[in-house]
Design a protein around this ligand. Structure first.
Ligand SMILES: [Ca+2]
Length: 324
């Protein structure tokens, strides 16, 4: 009898211990800064804390455009997760292998013409500069980005998605209110981002890019993700390298923007917001508040004016995940 009682006590203690550790594990999954992969070769995710931030820029901010106003309060009620890096070419290649996804065979690439030009035969597999699997995938349209997150949802059973524009800026700021997450002064930007730097200036012929006067070591090319320092949330390349698609349909101001960090979407939208600037965009485009409609306009080519099918050598994606 005593032996049975001892066993019951031991088993009860084990059940309590199991419950405690299960609760602990669940808590760890939403602990800000925690990282995880939901499958081998899925993007590494990092938990971003709940909180609030002023989104947009003040009229006094240097380099600011009117589409960054009005400055407004956004409250993110729950922690969520973001890929620590821009989605890489290797990660995207796995998606293509598993789904047979066709990403198009025409991309705006750098050929020396202003802003690049659309060239048949160019794609994420050949953006006209050398890349390996650790570089961010480029030449991916908004539809490609959505097909990628849709595949991640099916593969992992978890609610992967693109970020809302507000979530993106909240994450890029990582608690800061300065122009960049590393401060207001851009003189050290080459320590934090791949931008049009002296390397790019020296490597192209008569290019009209607006260069900055420091050396990041990468010319007309992406840099491997995570080459540069992370922000306070542990995210890399939120400034520079490649523009990143968000869920939102572009509007030319934040008037009427939701205060809860949700996306502003519209059916049949053809101008989706991109964030973060790039290897070729002037550095003021890499500020935390900078926003752009993600297409080239005025070239008389419908395929360049529709974000759902628009492909560019300086444009990729980052993924988000709702934590349940
Ligand atoms: Ca560069």
């Amino acid at each position: 009898m005593l032996k049975i009682m001892v066993q019951v006590v031991v088993i009860s203690a084990m059940v309590v211990a199991f419950n405690v550790s299960a609760a602990e594990a669940a808590k760890n999954k939403t602990r800000p800064g925690a990282t995880f992969h939901d499958c081998v070769d899925c993007p590494e995710m990092i938990v971003i804390p709940a909180g609030s931030a002023l989104i947009g820029s003040a009229e006094s901010e240097v380099g600011r455009l009117p589409n960054e106003g009005p400055l407004h309060d956004v409250k993110i009620a729950k922690p969520f997760a973001i890929s620590k890096f821009e989605v890489t070419r290797g990660e995207y290649a796995l998606f293509v292998r598993e789904t047979g996804h066709v990403s198009g065979n025409r991309c705006v690439v750098w050929t020396g013409a202003r802003g690049g030009e659309a060239v048949d035969g160019k794609s994420w597999q050949d953006p006209n500069f050398a890349q390996n699997d650790d570089h961010p995938v480029v030449c991916t349209s908004w539809n490609d980005a959505n097909d990628y997150v849709s595949w991640l949802r099916k593969k992992t059973g978890r609610p992967y998605r693109l970020l809302s524009e507000a979530e993106w800026e909240y994450a890029a700021r990582a608690g800061t209110t300065t122009r960049y997450s590393f401060g207001d002064d851009a003189k050290d930007i080459c320590k934090y981002a791949n931008v049009p730097d002296v390397t790019a200036k020296d490597s192209v012929r008569g290019s009209p890019w607006l260069y900055t006067d420091c050396v990041d070591g990468y010319g007309v090319q992406t840099s491997p993700v995570g080459t540069f320092a992370a922000n306070a949330f542990g995210l890399h390349d939120m400034h520079g390298n490649v523009w990143e698609w968000t869920q939102d349909c572009y509007q030319d101001s934040f008037t009427g923007a939701p205060a809860d960090g949700s996306a502003r979407t519209e059916p049949s939208c053809k101008r989706h917001v991109v964030r973060g600037g790039s290897l070729s965009a002037p550095i003021q485009n890499s500020r935390s508040a900078s926003r752009y409609k993600g297409v080239l306009e005025g070239r008389g080519d419908e395929k360049l004016e529709d974000s759902t099918i628009y492909h560019n050598f300086n444009l990729g994606l980052r993924v988000g995940l709702t934590l349940e």
